[in-house]
Design a protein around this ligand. Sequence first.
Ligand SMILES: [Mg+2]
Length: 296
Amino acid sequence: MKKEKSGKVKHNIVALVYDFDGTLSPNNMQEDTIFKAYKIDKKKFWEKAHKLVVEKGYERTLAYLKLLIWDPAFRKKPIRQDDLRKLASQIEYYPGVQDYFDRIGNFVKKIPEVREWDIQLEHYIVSGGIKDILDGCDIIKHFKKVYACEYEYQNGIPVFPKLVINDTNKTQFLFRINKGKLSLSQSINTHMPATQRRIPFRNMIYIGDGITDVPSMTVTQKNGGSAIAVFDPRKKVPSTVRDMVREKRADHFAPADFREGSLLIKILKRAIQKVVQHISYQSSANLSYDWVSRHG
Ligand SMILES: [Mg+2]
C-alpha cells in the first residue's frame, strides 16, 4: 500500500467494480456452461431452485448451489472443478467486453493527471455466480480480485459451498476493496479511519444490471461513489431497470454495449475522469499542506 511521507495512504486508485451475469455477459454463467454441457433446461432448473426457496426456506444462492451437487443429473455425473474452468470458454459476452479492458486502460493512461499523480486503475468482480467458472475466463487477467461463490472440492468434485455471495452480502466485498483487506481471512470489522483505507468509496464506480445490485449501488452512492446500471442492448428496457431509474438507485443507465463510442463507454470515461480530477485536486491540496507545515 502506497503511503505519503505524512504516513497517510495515498488515495490514487480508481476502482471499477462489476457484477458479472447480466452486466458483462447477457446470461447467467451457469446457463452458457454447465447447463449446455448437461443439456439442462434453464427454466426448469431455476424453477426448481425457486421451489427450494419458497418451500424449504433456502437462501436463493444456496438453493442453486445445492442443486448443482444434489440434483439427480449431477449426482449421476458430478460436476468437476477442472470442467468448470474449461467450460468458461463458452461464456457469451456483451459487445466489446473482451477488448474493453485494454481500451479503457489506454484511455486512462493518456489522462495527463494520471501520470502526474501516479493514478492506477483496478478492476474487480463481485458475483453471485461460480468462482471456478470465472477463473477460466480469458478476461480474468484484467482483474485485481474476483469474488464469487466457491465450493469445497474433494477429489475434484464439489461437496459443500464454502463461500456464498448474494445481493446483500455483496456489500461486504465492497468494504474489503475499500479497506484493502482483500483476503477472506482478514477481518473487515475492525475500525479503520478513512485516511488509512486503501480505496475511498468516492474512487469507486459500481456497474451492475439489476435489483440484486441495488444494495451495492446504494453503499457505493451513499459513500460518494458512482453507480451505473446496464441492461441488455438487444431487449426492451426491463421493468426492474425502469423502477431503478424512478427510485434513483443508480446515477446512470445505459445498454451494456462496451464497444468504443457507446453511451456506456462515454459514461464510464466521465465517471473515471471525475475521480481522476478529484484525486488530482486532493493530491495538490495535500502537497500545499505539507509545504506549509515544513515551512511554518
Ligand atoms: Mg447481474
